[in-house]
Write a protein that binds this ligand. Sequence first.
Ligand SMILES: Cc1cc2nc3c(=O)[nH]c(=O)nc-3n(C[C@H](O)[C@H](O)[C@H](O)COP(=O)(O)OP(=O)(O)OC[C@H]3O[C@@H](n4cnc5c(N)ncnc54)[C@H](O)[C@@H]3O)c2cc1C
Length: 385
Amino acid sequence: MTDTESHSDIRDAVRKLCAQFPGPYWRALDRDRAYPTEFVKTLTQQGWLSVLIPEAYGGAGLGISAACAVLEEIHRSGCNGAACHAQMYTMGTLLRHGSEDQKQRYLPKIASGELRLQAFGVTEPTSGTDTTRIQTFAKRQGDTYIVNGYKIWISRAEHSDLMVLLCRTSPRDDSAKPSDGMSVLLVDMRTAKRNGLTIKPVRTMLNHATTELFFDNLEVPAENLIGKEGQGFKYIIDGMNAERILIAAECIGDGRFFVDRASAYAKDRSVFGRPIGENQGVQFPIARAHVGVTSASLMVDHAAQLFEAGKPCGSEANMAKLTASEASWFAADVCIQTHGGFGFAEEYDIERKFRETRLYQVAPISTNLILSHVATHVLGMPKSF
Ligand SMILES: Cc1cc2nc3c(=O)[nH]c(=O)nc-3n(C[C@H](O)[C@H](O)[C@H](O)COP(=O)(O)OP(=O)(O)OC[C@H]3O[C@@H](n4cnc5c(N)ncnc54)[C@H](O)[C@@H]3O)c2cc1C
């Protein structure tokens, strides 16, 4: 079965939903850097953001390949799942490592959309990808953690009721391993905003609702600690495979969007008395883009299958993200080139998607860090850091 045939019911339904949110909707938001509230509300109401939550907690209890199908179709339709994709997978930290009480308290409301768990706070300006050097610190005082620090690039924080936050609970130098001494707190953004959390939007080249967060003696109840104190880094790493596979599926959707648009335009646009697509100089790059996206899609399927079977899939998830993000970026470039000047016109939606898909070579993990993982963990070469 090819990727486009799998989960065909889901794909059809998501395509229909996306048809209600055509290019002009996204263009207007893009101009104002505004959040796609109606789109996210509709996805939530139709249950698409809770497919990974087990039925016992009110979700659909489907596997990651179903979630991939949802996100791929959103992106192939010209929409943008980055506005809400974290609602699908951030709950995994809670599901895998939270207490039964926490799961009962939060997961059914996340599944229904009553609670938005869209924010995931890891990155800091001074530590960058070197996560064990984060400095945001949560100091335990009785039944409360007092949080101080600074995070950057925390997406959707203004549109989330809860945030999964990684912080230090003991200094790096006091820990046996650099990755020890970090903990995960579930922060209630609704109360935090009035009690020590300041959120500042960061304007970027794409419409992504990303922010900086400042913590000034923010009090978080100790009962909001997920899992064991000091073990948080492992919990965050655990969730990264799902994130990478799902974002790779978004890249596949973007890649297919660009190939669809480029091949349609190449057939339609006539210059020198014939369709530009009759020229092999125009055809071949589009064909190559299709080959790249199709191949990357198989890697995404492979990683998703391993994930669903509960098998180790860290390297495959990373490789899926790398190949898919490069395939979508190549397709984006080809699509612009095929459209000539019109590729730069807002009304074609291509320049918007071009900006959106570029992100995925940097976030949630940059290409070099994936190559470093493959070089050292898969190929056994010496570590450089
Ligand atoms: C729009 C946007 C949204 C984001 N959303 C979130 C979010 O919701 N939550 C969150 O926690 N984070 C988020 N991020 C952060 C994102 O995960 C990081 O930007 C990304 O992981 C790269 O980290 P960095 O920016 O600190 O780059 P750095 O770590 O500073 O690296 C800069 C460059 O140097 C390269 N580099 C660094 N070290 C090495 C090395 N040893 N060898 C080779 N190359 C190296 C990297 O590959 C990268 O290209 C977001 C970022 C963006 C731009």
